[in-house]
Design a protein around this ligand. Structure first.
Ligand SMILES: [Zn+2]
Ligand SMILES: [Zn+2]
Length: 488
């Protein structure tokens, strides 16, 4: 490069970098002023809205089921990074979720604290996703925000981005009117990996000098741009009307209860129980699996929760039934709490058996694209069989797994309100029925799902002695029939 242009290049470089940094800070300053938050240290606001039950949609292409909130109050202290959210549900009941620094917890109906150590990081991140939290996070020392502009929201918008806690990219879009309109990030999720998470802020209005918007939150994508839409769940939270706002609340900082301070993420526990010759219930957590031995392989029913749970269950299966591969993983339904371990079984070489209506969604879930936040084995080491696509067997109304040693029937549960595409398993020789979310011995009263289970047993004329739930303890058929008949 000739000397002169090299010099010019160096001068331009010098001029460019500080000017950009300067720009980001001045855009953030201007936005803070527009939002009336220059001296804001804490905030409390109340209103009415709704919550989406994330991962619990009736079918994969449908939105998260909505729960109306007759009242919602949130108090945030930005200095101590603490937040308290109180929900009153229209159908009855209330919920409180809290975070302070590295500690997260909930309050039960009696006001007792329930430690939630695994949720602390994302809950702390959620403070930075509020309009005021984003601006504060981007302006914090060491945040090193970057800035780009683009044509959006009817004019030139500015996207400011920083990395929170050394891990999460947080983007905030400032619209042409100078207000923060959208904050987006990605959080780790056992089913979909780096899950898209965004808050949309519109219709700002001033209350006591501070600007407060309408809140509208998405968790995961509605894949409506691609037809057929295989993944419809997205609406996670909305605050439609804000009735009260208080800035700089006295005593907004939370005190962390002692049991919450001491809590750590409990290790995965696995307890197995022999149900019949070669049939094992693998419990020890909130969701069980069932292992069934065949002559030269094993079938497992249900891969719940997450990879950690499934790897522990897989180890236990190999301990109980040594030197036979797990050839099949049967999944009862697509709800996320029953699905988070599926990828671990596919990595292990198992074929997935599901109702045919779930296949397009499961293909999405089992994509071995990179998971950057919390990589699992399938994303890190995608196996050959996966890339060839030979990983599914689908069930319409009935499917039979059998060899000379054993028969397992899989049946579709029709007319169920809980979820579409639900399967149950029936072992005719052992007279065992395995089901998820239709009935549990912990249940207080019969509901539509337990009545559907009874109707299904009658319709299929199954000779059952023991009902094994993915939740709760095995129960006799007679106690189930009595429970449905008389209540308890
Ligand atoms: Zn379910
Ligand atoms: Zn369940």
């Amino acid at each position: 490069m000739p000397r002169r242009s090299w010099l010019l290049f160096a001068v331009l470089l010098l001029a460019a970098s500080p000017a950009t940094a300067q720009n980001v800070q001045s855009v953030l300053q201007a936005t803070a002023i527009a939002m009336g938050m220059e001296s804001l240290t804490s905030i409390r606001y109340s209103g009415t809205g709704w919550r989406g039950r994330v991962g619990q949609n009736v079918a994969p292409d449908r939105d998260w089921p909505r729960v109306e909130l007759t009242s919602y109050t949130r108090t945030i202290d930005f200095e101590t990074m603490s937040s308290k959210e109180e929900y009153v549900l229209e159908q009855g009941g209330r919920a409180t979720s809290l975070v302070a620094g590295d500690h997260a917890w909930a309050l039960d109906a009696q006001g007792q604290s329930l430690p939630q150590p695994a949720l602390a990081e994302v809950r702390r991140l959620e403070i930075l996703l509020t309009p005021w939290g984003f601006i504060k996070g981007a302006m914090a020392p060491g945040a090193n925000p970057t800035m780009v502009t683009r044509q959006e929201y009817g004019g030139r918008s500015t996207v400011i981005s920083f990395i929170a806690f050394g891990k999460y990219r947080v983007n905030g879009t400032i619209n042409p009117e100078g207000m923060l309109e959208r904050v987006q990030t990605w959080v780790p999720n056992a089913v979909v990996g780096d899950m898209y998470y965004e808050n949309v802020y519109t219709q700002y209005r001033e209350v006591g000098g501070v600007q407060i918007p309408r809140f509208h939150q998405h968790q995961d994508y509605d894949d409506g741009a691609n037809l057929p839409n295989v993944s419809g769940g997205d609406h996670a939270f909305g605050l439609e009307t804000v009735s009260e706002l208080q800035a700089n609340v006295a005593n907004a900082a939370l005190t962390v209860p002692t049991d919450v301070q001491r809590a750590s993420i409990p290790p995965v526990r696995v307890d197995s129980q022999r149900l019949a010759d070669g049939v094992w219930l693998i419990g020890g957590g909130s969701h069980h699996s069932v292992a069934i031995e065949f002559e030269d392989h094993v079938a497992v029913i249900e891969a719940p929760l997450n990879e950690g749970r499934s790897l522990a269950v897989i180890d236990e299966v190999y301990r109980l039934i040594p030197s036979k591969p797990i050839r099949f993983i049967v999944t009862t339904h697509h709800h996320w709490d029953h699905l988070g371990g599926l990828r671990a079984y596919v990595h292990e070489g198992a074929t997935v058996i599901t109702h045919e209506s779930n296949k397009p969604y499961y293909q999405e879930v089992l994509r071995a694209g990179p998971w950057l936040l919390e990589p699992d084995r399938l994303s890190l080491y995608p196996p050959e069989e996966w890339s060839e696509g030979y990983i599914f067997e689908t069930v319409n109304e009935k499917y039979v797994l059998a060899d000379q040693t054993r028969t397992v029937e899989l049946h579709h549960v029709q007319g169920l309100g809980h979820v579409a595409g639900m399967l149950l398993a029936y072992l005719p020789a052992e007279k065992i029925l395995v089901q998820a979310d239709l009935h549990s011995d912990q249940q207080q009263a019969p509901n539509a799902s337990s009545r559907t289970l009874l109707r299904t047993l009658q319709r299929l004329d199954l000779d059952v002695e023991t009902i094994v739930g993915i939740h709760g303890s095995p129960a006799s058929l007679s106690s189930f029939v009595e429970f449905i008949g008389g209540g308890r």
